[in-house]
Design a binder for this molecule. Structure first.
Ligand SMILES: [Ca+2]
Ligand SMILES: [Ca+2]
Length: 211
């Protein structure tokens, strides 16, 4: 599903980004608007903030609009990590902030033979997607430094918690200490391989379960 709770986005911050083998692209991309200035383009592992509308190709029905439905906020996700439809991971690469695209996605890269909710089985879907913001994704050097507040090249539980708190606030969620602490414990369970209570750069950079 496309709409992700912030906590699932945050927990995926710790998913290592690797070049994944993907089937041949079958996503049709049309650029509706390209900004004049483009300092950098989206790549796998980046975090993207998007507003979007989704339509059924068959009859043009709009099944979702991030500006009109839910909390009406744009949505963050990490490109290339299967947090979203496969068609999004394919169709939103090399995109500039401020760019708008029409992305046509076949069922195999969208909701499949089964469909989902308002989406009938085997539907080709069309998304009108605007990239609002773009930033370094998980596992980047910059990202580690940003979290490492005292520059000792390891992340303490406090530093990770501080980061989660900031991220939640940034997205308009009230701080929730119990929840953050649970998330930190969860993160350390997976990431602190030698169990010394810190996430080292090595532990941060290398992936444990998928290599
Ligand atoms: Ca530190
Ligand atoms: Ca450690």
């Amino acid at each position: 599903m496309i709409l992700l709770p912030v906590c699932s986005i945050l927990s995926s911050l710790f998913v290592f980004v690797t070049g994944r083998k993907l089937p041949e692209p079958e996503v049709k991309i049309e650029v509706l608007h390209k900004p004049l200035m483009c300092y950098r383009k989206s790549k796998y592992g980046d975090m993207l903030l998007v507003h979007y509308k989704g339509f059924l190709e068959s009859n043009g029905t709009m099944f979702h609009s991030s500006r009109e439905h839910g909390d009406k906020n744009p949505v963050w996700f990490t490109l290339g990590l299967r947090e979203v439809l496969k068609g999004w991971d394919k169709g939103l690469q090399n995109m500039c902030t401020g760019e708008r695209r029409k992305v046509t996605i076949p069922p195999s890269l969208a909701y499949g033979k089964e469909g989902k909710g308002k989406i009938p089985p085997s539907s080709t879907v069309i998304f009108d997607i605007e990239l609002m913001d773009l930033k370094n994704g998980p596992r980047s050097h910059e990202f580690f430094q940003e979290m490492d507040l005292n520059d000792d090249w390891k992340l303490s539980k406090e530093e990770v918690k501080e980061y989660l708190k900031k991220e939640f606030e940034k997205h308009g969620y009230p701080p929730n200490d119990t929840h953050h602490e649970a998330m930190v414990e969860d993160i350390f369970k997976n990431e602190d391989e030698d169990k010394d209570g810190f996430i080292s750069t090595r532990e941060f950079v290398f992936q444990h379960d998928e290599l």
